[in-house]
Design a protein around this ligand. Structure first.
Ligand code: C5P
Length: 319
């Protein structure tokens, strides 16, 4: 909380990556976006966010980037975390200085939603740390204005069905929380715009329907969920980067029950029943891929674990 007397207040939270377990694209809309339906789930590959708030200023934003900073990512107004702080200031009229210290781990251009998650965490953090505790509908509106994936990261749940251009959220149960995953970033990014531009309607619809899929997910039926993994953008992206199909095959040959691309790529992920098998394939892929690649061996997140905490007595410093 921002405390009387102008004390500096600090908020800390995690910004998790997401995986698209299913992603179906239904065609282009008059506004240029594509209508889609996707089931997203949060994972334990996280960026860290620290916010330092000094009441009484004129809405200055400062930002510091640390960690595994993706090439081209700037600590300025083009950064989605900065945009989120800007939206918050404009939307609430809160006057004070905001310091953002962002420790990056999630690669950019990977389809993992790292930038969107940073923005979501900043919005949630500012809402809590200023004491304004904005309604979820207000936060969602700010999130939608920043990007299609940002609303998912406003929710407390670890999984959701996202429709529209991705911004209409229905939280859903994820019975796979805690289950092992391996995520492979191949060392290069994929353009979201290009992936959608290359989309062609699949010849046949998937053999499952969304209600059945959500039931499998709720029950944590790993085998069935793995069989349903779908991504309508994988065709155009693997046509451009055939190497990614080898990554998918390597995950399956290494013991994944299913493997698919997340979002518009370039990252692929595999679902595993056994942690040791997941660790084995991760070691193998780290040895085979170049130094720019990243292989994350982790888990689906439990709901709510990325809620941040506010500590009025602690000075973050730095940012
Ligand atoms: O919303 P976001 O800025 O992340 O989207 C980046 C680009 O991806 C858009 O400008 C658009 O070309 C494409 N896109 C789309 N349909 C969506 C989401 C994104 O065509 N549902």
């Amino acid at each position: 909380m921002v405390e009387p007397g102008g004390r500096i207040v600090c908020w800390r939270g995690h910004a998790p990556a997401k995986l698209n377990l299913t992603l179906r694209v239904f065609g282009k809309r008059p506004d240029g976006y594509h209508e889609l339906e996707t089931v997203m789930a949060a994972i334990d590959w996280v960026d860290d966010i620290e916010l330092e708030l000094t009441p009484g200023g004129r809405g200055e934003i400062r930002m510091e980037l640390l960690g595994d900073v993706p090439e081209g990512l700037v600590s300025g107004p083009e950064n989605l975390a900065w945009m989120a702080a800007q939206r918050f200031l404009e939307g609430t009229g809160w006057s004070g200085a905001i310091g953002i210290r962002l420790t990056k781990r999630i690669p950019a251009g990977a389809g993992l939603g790292g930038g969107s998650s940073d923005a979501g965490a900043v919005l949630r953090g500012l809402s809590a740390a200023t004491g304004l505790e904005l309604d979820r509908s207000v936060l969602l509106e700010m999130a939608q204005a920043i990007g299609s994936d940002v609303p998912f990261f406003i929710t407390d749940n670890s999984a959701a069905v996202c429709r529209g251009r991705g911004e209409l959220i229905d939280e859903c149960a994820n019975g796979l929380e805690g289950m092992p995953i391996v995520v492979v970033y191949p060392g290069f990014g994929s353009s979201t715009r290009a992936a959608y531009a290359g989309f062609k309607k699949p010849l046949s619809p998937p053999a499952w329907n969304p209600t059945i899929f959500l039931d499998f997910l709720k029950k944590g039926s790993l085998r069935q969920v793995a069989d349903c993994l779908t991504n309508d953008l994988a065709g155009p992206v693997t046509a451009k980067f055939p190497f990614l199909e080898l990554v998918r095959k390597a995950l399956i040959e290494g013991g994944a029950l299913g493997a698919s691309m997340t979002g518009s790529g370039s990252a692929f992920f595999g679902l595993f029943a056994d942690e040791l098998v997941a660790e084995g394939v991760s070691r193998d892929l780290r040895g085979r891929l170049g130094p720019a690649a990243r292989v994350h061996c982790g888990r689906f997140l439990d709901s709510g674990v990325w809620r941040g905490s506010c500590d009025g007595d602690h000075r973050c410093g730095g940012a």
